[in-house]
Design a protein around this ligand. Structure first.
Ligand SMILES: Cc1cc2nc3c(=O)[nH]c(=O)nc-3n(C[C@H](O)[C@H](O)[C@H](O)COP(=O)(O)OP(=O)(O)OC[C@H]3O[C@@H](n4cnc5c(N)ncnc54)[C@H](O)[C@@H]3O)c2cc1C
Ligand SMILES: NC(=O)c1ccc[n+]([C@@H]2O[C@H](COP(=O)([O-])OP(=O)(O)OC[C@H]3O[C@@H](n4cnc5c(N)ncnc54)[C@H](OP(=O)(O)O)[C@@H]3O)[C@@H](O)[C@H]2O)c1
Length: 333
């Protein structure tokens, strides 16, 4: 009997638990969840900071929109002198709190864009400061894209292009840090600026292959990806999939890393699956585990919604999709 401990019951852990418990002759699973309820990020709570039991509030979906609980707040000169307020997207819940205010969101990931858009219904003016490509979608009139922040002074946010912006609040939409504080040093897990090492196929600890991580990959179609990663983990644990040797796994990890670096991706994007990467990755892990890959329909739907979002942030949530002759057709509400 294969005894498995599942730590955390967010979408990843629930998916693992569901599949492990479906095979009671092979796996005996026990799950640990620090909260009183399961669901992780998908469990909306208006609370911020701590629960009644003293446990830190895990990241929660912000209201009306729709793994990590350690916010990444960059060290930017002058932040201590800044007299405006600031928070991390982790603690953002509703836009009403910012009625009539001027707010700057730092970070152009999904949180930055979602929160900036959400704020425009209440805030007087919203700045979205980021270092990514310029947004192609039309934006609300009171939302302006800017370059990155250089520094803070008492009353201003100083941008890298020399502009000084007077803002009431800065929201750091700068992502999360990987953190597994319950793993001892003997687990040999090394986390450096967004890279969790050594994870074979972003899942299996190469040195301790019975230690598996679901959901480390970023910018993926989350639930179907977790499903495939769980199948990969189970094929590893039940022995139906033979892993390469330790040295071969390290080489594979290095190859994946080097390919990314050669493509211009920074170290912090070691687990980011941009563009086709997530589908190639999915084909790779499902072919190794001899399980079904994410279906063409789900891939097409993900790509279609992603495309619509990029090009039309104002309208994309109004579309419903249906499948017609193997193609998704979007219908506006
Ligand atoms: C603000 C935000 C919005 C998002 N929006 C979307 C979206 O709209 N659509 C989408 O598809 N994806 C979205 N995502 C991506 C999201 O990360 C995934 O959808 C998914 O929730 C990740 O699941 P997870 O189980 O890996 O992590 P989580 O959902 O973070 O769950 C981890 C669980 O582990 C528990 N835990 C942590 N430490 C311990 C411990 N020491 N002991 C026991 N339990 C522990 C936590 O309490 C939590 O329940 C969003 C992410 C964020 C941060
Ligand atoms: N609607 C949705 O589907 C949804 C909503 C929210 C979150 N999510 C998911 O949840 C996860 C977390 O998303 P997230 O947006 O919170 O975090 P994220 O994807 O890690 O994005 C963080 C953003 O902050 C930027 N950043 C970090 N440090 C910075 C600095 N010092 N200066 C300037 N910019 C900085 C990053 O830029 P670089 O890229 O250059 O590092 C990136 O644009 C992701 O997997 C995301 O897909 C999904």
């Amino acid at each position: 009997m294969n005894k498995v401990a599942v730590i955390g019951l967010g979408a990843s852990g629930l998916c693992a638990l569901r599949h492990l418990t479906a095979r009671p002759n092979v796996f005996q699973a026990v799950a640990f969840e620090q909260n009183s309820e399961v669901g992780g990020t998908w469990l909306y709570t208006p609370r911020i900071h701590k629960h009644d039991n003293g446990v830190r509030v895990h990241s929660s979906m912000y209201q009306n929109l729709k793994h990590y609980s350690i916010p990444n707040i960059p060290e930017i000169p002058g932040l201590k002198q800044f007299e405006g307020s600031f928070l991390h997207s982790h603690d953002y819940r509703v836009p009403e709190v910012f009625k009539g205010k001027t707010v700057l969101c730092l970070g152009g990931g999904a949180s930055g864009i979602d929160i900036a858009m959400d704020l425009t219904s209440q805030a007087k003016k919203v700045f979205l400061s980021h270092r990514g490509k310029q947004i192609t979608s039309p934006l609300p009139e009171n939302l302006e894209e800017t370059v990155e922040i250089k520094s803070f002074s008492e009353n201003f946010v100083n941008l890298k292009d020399g502009r000084d912006l007077e803002v009431d609040t800065v929201i750091f939409c700068t992502g999360y840090k990987y953190d597994f504080p319950f793993l001892t040093k003997e687990c040999n897990l090394n986390i450096t600026d967004g890279r969790v090492y050594p994870l074979f196929k972003h899942i299996v600890h190469a040195k301790h292959p019975s230690l598996n991580f679901i959901g480390v990959t970023k910018k993926v179609c989350p639930f179907p990806t977790f499903h495939c990663q769980v199948q990969f983990m189970m094929a590893n644990l039940d022995g139906s999939m033979k892993l390469p040797s330790y040295e071969e796994m390290l080489q594979d990890i290095e190859k994946d890393y080097e390919t990314r670096r050669n493509e211009g991706m920074p170290h912090r994007h070691t687990h980011t699956m941009v563009g086709r990467k997530q589908w190639d990755y999915n084909d790779d892990i499902t072919s190794m585990a001899e399980t079904r890959p994410i279906s063409k329909q789900v891939r097409d739907l993900f790509d279609k919604i992603h495309y619509t979002r990029i090009n039309n942030l104002l309208e994309y949530k109004k579309y419903n999709y249906y499948l017609k002759n193997d193609n998704y057709v979007g219908v506006q509400n």
